[in-house]
Design a protein around this ligand. Sequence first.
Ligand code: F6R
Length: 369
Amino acid sequence: EKGGYPTFMEKEIEEQPRAVADTLLGRTDAEGNLSLDELRIPEEKLRAVERVTIVACGTAAYAGTVAKYAIEHWTRIPVEVALAHEFRYSDPIVDERTLVVSISQSGETMDTLMAVKHARDLGALTVSVCNTLGSTIPRESDAALYTHAGPEIAVASTKAFLAQIAACYLLGLYLAQLRGGAYAEDPQAVMKELHDVPDKIAEVLRRMDRVKEIARFMADTRAVLFLGRNVGFPVALEGALKLKELAYIHAEGFAAGELKHGPIALIEPGQPVFIVVPGPDTPHELHRKVVSNIQEIRARGARTIVIAQDGDTDVEPYADEVIRVPHTMPLLQPLLTVVPLQVFALHLSTAKGLDVDQPRNLAKSVTVE
Ligand code: F6R
């Protein structure tokens, strides 16, 4: 059932191009317009949405954070991401004009379910982004937008994460299309670019030999830091979470801009730091700013492992290792940049002789609050 792979997680990582492609499949009409009829929410209601609140836990919440950047940019609707277990007890500001989007692979996470029920009680419109047909959360929601990642068996989420991000992009572009007006980006142009992403994920997967080697050499590492900015920030958080749960190594993700506000004190000679570098075409000179972060930590002796786009030579002087990913538009980059971090955590866990599919103390679906 592992299809020739030693672990479910390896199989599921390899299935990622497919998971994203299947999630995008059949969601555009002949003219290239998005058609999410399955939502079965009247268009007027969606057009009237004034705010979006995403509720989720763990990896799914990081998918939600990626979605926040994309949906806000494409629709200009304010988006908030709430950890589902915090949402209910925070006296949330939610009404009929709020779209509450829950994200859950299993569709059974109790924290997320309770947040959705609370949102419904407050009159919100609820949409469930979910990977499990007929599970509880989509049943308890007004509408469901299914990810088509296929069953995810390994406890650590990989392909479901990519599919969740892809589904949220679809939702954001659909809202942008419905609202009309001047887009920051033409939804059809983004869709076209998105359809090229599965092949690019496959390309990233073909380049993973060096990442596996780095992981093997790092089996004795005590702590690893991850930095990212904009959509690279939740990628950094996800890289850290994967390492904690799979390799039981202390790991932290930071927004790169926070470095000088404290975390740079952690940098000492030999400290491994992964840096997710925004593509050189990212607005607001974020690329240059992250490159200068790499320079700063390198000067303090950090071992810098840089994830950068093909052709980005600016990172080279400051990188101990460069892991390359193909070009895509800035907001879509998480679908590529997270993959090396997943592979790294998996192989570090394997190098330590740990059970990759069943990390200690964790269950695949958390059905208690
Ligand atoms: C991490 C992981 C968890 C889940 C979280 C939500 O690898 O798998 O953080 O993402 O427990 O689970 P779902 O998506 O089933 O609600």
